[in-house]
Design a protein around this ligand. Structure first.
Ligand code: SF4
Length: 133
């Protein structure tokens, strides 16, 4: 099985975009490095041959910063199979009132939230590997 692609939206300038990117990096670099990899959404959108080849027909998880679902839509349009799609605001309930930072820097609470999002992604990876998605 090739590595599961975990792809965040670009969300530049928004804390939710930064949370999406940081949580994906935690999964691909720290929690599940041998089972996952990430790809640059800009290359997905522009149809970079190498990136398209890596996504087409492959199992993907997306983490978006808002309901526009840029990552999910771009991956699907490129032929990736999105088996799990999340958006950062979906998990905000337990974090209301917290200050998570800016589009360029997370606060301590922001890092904790990113860690929680990364755990959700890591659980997805476990489920997919176990064949129960
Ligand atoms: S999903 Fe929302 S936050 Fe992410 S790139 Fe698209 S518009 Fe920006």
């Amino acid at each position: 099985m090739s590595k599961i692609k975990v792809i965040p939206c670009s969300g530049i300038g928004k804390v939710f975009g930064l949370l999406a990117r940081e949580s994906v990096l935690m999964v691909t670099e720290e929690k599940c490095p041998s089972d996952t990899e990430t790809l640059c959404l800009a290359h997905v959108v522009t149809g970079d041959d190498e990136v398209v080849a890596k996504i087409k027909g492959e199992t993907c998880i997306t983490m978006d910063g808002c309901a526009k679902y840029c990552a999910r839509k771009s991956v699907e349009e490129t032929g990736g199979i999105v088996v799990k799609s999340h958006k950062v605001p979906d998990f905000m309930k337990a974090h209301r009132g917290e200050e998570h930072g800016t589009g360029t820097a997370l606060t301590d609470d922001g890092w904790k939230y990113a860690e929680e999002l990364a755990e959700i992604l890591a659980e997805d990876v476990k489920e997919i590997k176990a064949g129960v998605n």
